[in-house]
Design a protein around this ligand. Structure first.
Ligand code: DX5
Ligand code: ZN
Length: 225
């Protein structure tokens, strides 16, 4: 499959101001964000807690942009339906979080949304290759999951490159490559060159206010080059 996808910027609301979330969502929309990335963490699968499924319903009320939900929870199958019903557009599941990743992805897809698998920095692509024909997206973690504001792991660009090569050489594989963790105006260039399509950015965008719009535009320009 030859990829000519539009590159997309996905602000991660983990770094937004929870007391002013609607304002921060509108600000990102006005700045040209393509979709929103929502991290749900349970304090078990990752050593941190964040939003619960109700955040998706709240987000759906204030934006029409696609909602990309990154599940960092044990037993994801239990929460997929409520999250889809709350208005999610894409469900991303860590392969280590479920006993049956193929089934979990099938479940999300059967509910009419896009679905994909998330690979941690230490997870080999070999572990998820069999999923390529059924996924819409694959999320390459470029930090260990659980926290915003961490440093990009440089070795992950090779992984993105290999992934891009794998999808180019198989007619059955048609998925977008998403990257998440430590994305800024330097690392985004490396990821784009390696073949990534969707760029999640949390602290780079939200912790630099004022100047949010400029930052979104900077990222957009860098990936279009
Ligand atoms: C981390 C989360 C990310 C986080 C990224 O586990 O999955 O989505 O918000 O934050 P930054 O862009 O600050 O690394
Ligand atoms: Zn995330």
């Amino acid at each position: 499959m030859v990829y000519m996808t539009t590159k997309k910027i996905a602000p991660s609301i983990l770094s937004a101001d929870v007391m002013n979330l609607e304002r921060d969502v509108k600000m990102a929309e006005a700045a040209g964000a393509d979709l929103f990335h929502i991290d749900i963490m349970d304090g078990h699968f990752v050593p941190n807690m964040s939003f619960s499924p109700s955040i998706v319903e709240g987000m759906r009320r204030v934006t029409d942009k696609p909602l990309d939900v990154h599940l960092m929870i044990d037993n994801p199958d239990e929460y997929i339906r409520p999250i889809v019903e709350a208005g999610a557009d894409t469900i991303m599941i860590h392969t280590e979080s479920t006993k049956h990743i193929y089934r979990s992805i099938d479940l999300a897809k059967s509910l009419g949304v896009k679905a994909g698998v998330v690979v941690n920095p230490g997870t080999p692509l070999e572990n998820v290759k069999e999923l390529f024909p059924i996924i819409d997206q694959i999320l390459v973690m470029t930090v260990n999951p659980g926290f915003g504001g961490q440093k990009f792991i440089p070795g992950m660009t090779k992984k993105i490159q290999r992934l891009d090569q794998l999808r180019q050489t198989s007619a059955d594989d048609d998925f977008e490559i998403e990257v998440d963790g430590g994305i800024n105006d330097e690392t985004i260039v490396k990821c784009a060159q390696a073949g990534a399509d969707i760029f999640v950015a949390g602290s780079y965008l939200y912790n630099g206010q004022p100047g949010f719009e400029d930052r979104v535009n900077t990222l957009k320009k860098l990936v279009e080059e």
